[in-house]
Design a protein around this ligand. Structure first.
Ligand SMILES: Cc1ncc(COP(=O)(O)O)c(C=O)c1O
Length: 407
């Protein structure tokens, strides 16, 4: 079947929540994918910050295949060696304080859902009850009801009201944080880099101040590193500088790069205050932490460590940022490591915004990236991307922008 015929099948059989997919992808290797008509693409989006090792990484493939041949799933009445190994490894690389604990999920939204239940339970156990949950303007935490309730974009939330209540959105500024905090706050959830908002890092000092104020007010600080974590910014955690060691947040949530393409998420409790909240019977999941997913997670971490991919993310990120910053047609470049956004200068030269048009034109020319808004391009390529692949993209992009904006 041709790609167009397959897309017709999609429209017939799949619920249209994602809009029309632009391609039917059939295989991938390294940073390149192939479509059903044989077209090939250099992938600068990595399945939206998921495919840390690119496609068909031999170590990952071997680990998943070996585990599938041994034991793919057991219930959480039992544990398995891959689950234990990944939990141990995660606590080690995140430099989690003694006593920290891991709860595995299948996605980012579920990791946040667990964190929000923890926050609510902590608030309900306090005397008097702490009823307020703070979240940030422009934040994105997922599409299930709890995570959606702390997701800022009104259009995402409006059709599904009433969502869990008690949530207040505040500007991501130190002043707004100071004003909002109080003894009645059960928790605060933040992304260190707001990915879906166009890769916007929090202001310097925000996380450290959030840690101080939540500790003083006995509130749970949840740091959502679903997009920014697991090496994406060239460090295991984007929040590490301000929240390391004694300043660890109460809870960190992870997903995306954690499984290198296998669906898995995690909620990690980093303080005794958070670790003590949920106990037997309080929460659960059938698939969370299953041996196949956790074997994929360990293979991903081992490859990142052994192949120096944190360093590669930093140096390839610098190459991209330098190239984009010098490029005609780009106003501002943001990000760190391989989580980068570029704002186009003449965004309103095109109906619907130049960024979506650049994404479509780039695809025609063999590059995958995405737009987080009418003016903003986002790049989150595999951490294995090479200098020659980065150059290939930087060479092509000016022509792509010109073709769209001058059309
Ligand atoms: C910061 C952040 N949190 C949570 C999520 C939700 O993750 P998932 O799509 O795996 O449910 C995302 C997804 O983009 C995200 O970027």
């Amino acid at each position: 079947m041709t790609q167009n015929e397959l897309l017709t099948e999609y429209r017939k059989d799949l619920l249209g929540v994602f809009g029309d997919p632009s391609l039917v992808l059939t295989e991938g290797r390294g940073c390149r994918v192939t479509d059903a008509d044989g077209g090939t693409y250099l992938d600068l989006l990595g399945g939206i910050a998921v495919n840390a090792l690119g496609y068909a990484h031999p170590r990952w493939v071997q680990a998943v295949a070996d585990q599938a041949g041994r034991l793919a799933h057991v219930s959480n009445f039992f544990t398995t060696p891959p689950q234990l190994s990944l939990a141990h490894k995660l606590l080690e690389i995140l430099a989690a304080p003694e006593g920290s604990k891991v709860f595995f999920t299948n996605s980012g939204t579920e990791a946040n859902e667990a964190a929000l239940k923890l926050v609510r339970s902590h608030g309900n156990a306090a005397t008097p009850h702490k009823s307020r949950v703070l979240a940030l303007d422009h934040g994105f935490h997922g599409r299930t009801a709890g995570a959606l309730a702390v997701t800022w974009k009104e259009a995402y939330r409006a059709p599904f009201q009433p969502l869990p209540g008690g949530v207040e959105f505040i500007e991501p500024t130190l002043e707004a944080l100071d004003r909002a905090m109080g003894d009645d706050v059960a928790g605060l959830i933040v992304e260190p880099v707001q990915g879906e908002a166009g890769v916007r890092p929090l202001p310097e000092g925000f996380l450290a101040q959030a840690r101080r104020l939540t500790a003083d007010g006995d509130a749970i600080l949840v740091v959502d590193e679903v997009q920014s974590g697991m090496g994406r910014t060239g460090r295991w955690l984007a929040s590490g500088d301000e929240l390391g060691g004694e300043n660890a947040p109460d809870v960190i949530t992870l997903a995306k790069s954690l499984g290198g393409g296998f669906p898995i998420g995690a909620m990690i409790t980093m303080t005794p205050q958070a670790t003590g909240v949920l106990g037997p019977g309080n929460h659960g999941t059938t698939f969370g932490g299953n041996p196949l997913a956790t074997a994929a997670g360990s293979a991903t971490i081992e490859a990142i460590e052994e192949e120096g991919l944190l360093e590669n993310a930093r140096s390839m990120g610098e190459l991209l940022v330098r190239g984009l910053s010098q490029m005609e047609g780009i106003d501002e470049v943001r990000g760190e490591g391989l989580l980068i956004a570029a704002d186009l200068s003449r965004a309103d030269a095109v109906d619907g915004g130049a960024a979506p048009a650049v994404v479509a034109e780039a695809r025609k020319r063999g590059f995958i990236l995405n737009a987080t808004g009418p003016a903003t391009l986002r790049l989150a390529p595999p951490l294995i991307i090479t200098a020659s692949e980065v150059e290939e993209f930087l060479q092509a992009l000016p022509g792509i922008i010109d073709a769209v904006v001058d059309a």
